[in-house]
Design a protein around this ligand. Structure first.
Ligand SMILES: Cc1cc2nc3c(=O)[nH]c(=O)nc-3n(C[C@H](O)[C@H](O)[C@H](O)COP(=O)(O)OP(=O)(O)OC[C@H]3O[C@@H](n4cnc5c(N)ncnc54)[C@H](O)[C@@H]3O)c2cc1C
Length: 287
């Protein structure tokens, strides 16, 4: 493994100025659970790592009007946060079964998003919650919808010196239920398929539907056409079957070491149906 330097700036400004001087040979590191594996496998060979760990302003969980998660918040801290468990259960569920407690003790939510794996478990819940992300760099700050963040496997819309600083979620309204589900070889493994649903109901009729699947396309997907088909309808077994079929047609899975594309296609439809049912069941439980 090539030797590299290691910097620990305490402010965002110091982090940008380090990376700007480097001509692309330095890289930010959060928990390192994805990055160090990539270095060991010689997929990248940076001259230096710039740790974001000491930058206090980008860590922690706050609920004012919106829920704000600093990008350096550990997955373990999200898992243990009872407010998130109660009010954003799809995110809590995704984090709870992401990897192992050892990984969750060092891995961050920002790292999970910036790594931009199509299977990233935090992506589907944040997509159905319509989260926005704040990106900050020497040129200033911008806020974008999470849907516009992912560009392809390992690619985001960030430029080299930008840092993902915060994730913002507006609390869902009343009569809303949500769920996250995942299929993997074992429950803590990288997803073969993952899915999230967030539904607002008025009696049996769905007023608002947000659906997402991961690991079945180059980026985690929002399923807009399926959402549109469901909104304004009563949730029935026939509707769920139609939704499942539509999902199967919309995804573009690949075959790899974890699964065949055929299995991923079928399971994406199955998981969306189950996630919708689970979201409604949770909503009714909380009445
Ligand atoms: C054994 C094992 C099991 C795993 N299982 C799962 C799983 O079940 N589900 C899953 O989704 N993932 C899984 N992972 C992947 C990984 O643990 C997560 O993606 C984790 O959240 C990455 O966070 P990190 O803080 O370690 O990121 P890092 O490895 O530090 O960084 C990842 C990438 O993001 C960039 N980056 C990080 N933070 C920022 C930021 N704030 N601004 C700009 N760029 C940034 C880094 O430069 C790097 O390119 C697993 C990994 C291992 C090793």
């Amino acid at each position: 493994m090539k030797k590299f330097d290691y910097f620990q700036p305490e402010t965002l400004k110091d982090a940008y100025s380090l990376i700007e001087k480097s001509n692309g040979s330095y890289i930010y590191i959060a928990g390192g659970t994805d990055l160090i594996a990539n270095i060991k496998n010689r997929l990248i060979q940076p001259d230096a790592l710039i740790s974001l760990r000491r930058i206090k302003e980008i860590s922690g969980i706050t609920q004012n009007k919106d829920l704000t998660l600093g990008s350096m918040t550990l997955l373990r801290d999200i898992e243990k946060d009872s407010h998130i468990g109660q009010n954003y259960p799809a995110l809590a569920q995704a984090v709870k079964i992401l990897a192992t407690p050892q990984i969750r003790n060092v891995a961050t939510i920002g790292g999970n998003l910036c790594n931009s794996a199509p299977s990233a478990d935090c992506a589907p819940p944040l997509l159905v919650l319509e989260a926005s992300v704040t990106l900050e760099g020497p040129g200033g700050q911008r806020s974008i919808a999470i849907e516009d963040f992912f560009m392809g496997p390992g690619q985001t819309c960030m430029n080299m010196s930008e840092i993902l600083t915060r994730i913002r979620i507006t609390p869902p309204g009343e009569n809303t239920g949500m769920a996250f589900l995942k299929v993997g070889r074992v429950s803590t493994d990288i997803a073969i398929v993952n899915a999230a649903a967030c539904l607002t109901m008025e009696k049996n009729v769905c007023r608002k539907c947000r659906l997402s699947v991961g690991a079945v396309a180059p980026v985690p997907l929002r399923l807009r056409s399926v959402e549109k088909m469901i909104e304004g309808q009563e949730i029935s077994p026939e509707l769920l079957n139609r939704a499942g079929k539509m999902v199967e047609e919309e995804v573009k899975p690949i075959t790899d070491v974890r699964s065949t594309s055929g299995y991923r296609r079928i399971m994406s439809g199955v998981l969306i149906k189950r996630a919708i049912e689970e979201a409604i069941r949770r909503m009714e439980q909380n009445k």
